[in-house]
Design a binder for this molecule. Sequence first.
Ligand code: SAH
Ligand code: MG
Length: 214
Amino acid sequence: MNNDETIKKIHQQLHTQNIKGFLAPTEAEALFHLAYTSAALGPCLEIGSYCGKSTVYIGSACKLTENILFAVDHHRGSEEHQLGEEYHDPDLYNVQLNAMDTFPTLRHTLNQFDLEDCVVPLVAPSQIVVKKWATPLGFVFIDGGHSEAQATIDCLSWASQLNPGGILAIHDIFDDPARGGQGPFRALQSVLSTGKFNWISQVESLGILQCCAD
Ligand code: SAH
Ligand code: MG
């Protein structure tokens, strides 16, 4: 099976199994290709797995390249997923805990896509995981908290974990405030202003940067 066939198969399986998430098909394809082509530069890491939509595309590329994806999420949902908020999903709410819990769904997704041997879920806040992180990365996908403060912390702290030539992809980039929140867009500007990253391209709302060579 070539990569295009693999991506098509994932699209179909996600659709059949009704995996919840927030990712356009073209963005998903871009994630797969970026993870696939950057495999020689180090492991992949994503912030914000939710139910595993982005995870299966990056994870499948890792499986083919014998790489690993670290999938970071506290699984308590972002602000907009909380009870009473716009993107709240009652199916993902744990009534006993009185909290969101997407981790069981992520585990189910990884099992269904046969990715348990190449995706390592890290169930913790991004800012805790990064504190002791010491493994240079080849590809980082940022799709966690979307406030300007959180997105900026995530982008700057994880960008600095990339190997030279590594790829940073940031979701929900909207240069027009009428189309979406400005947190991730401003975070991307902060990364560019370090002078250590080059702008590569944008696929729908997915902004793609590359860490400059040393
Ligand atoms: N990439 C997913 C969507 C992610 S939604 C997809 O393809 O469908 C955003 C996720 O980020 C939520 O699951 C939320 O729990 C997580 N999140 C928000 N803030 C976080 C933080 N500070 N640390 C870790 N995860 C966080
Ligand atoms: Mg997103």
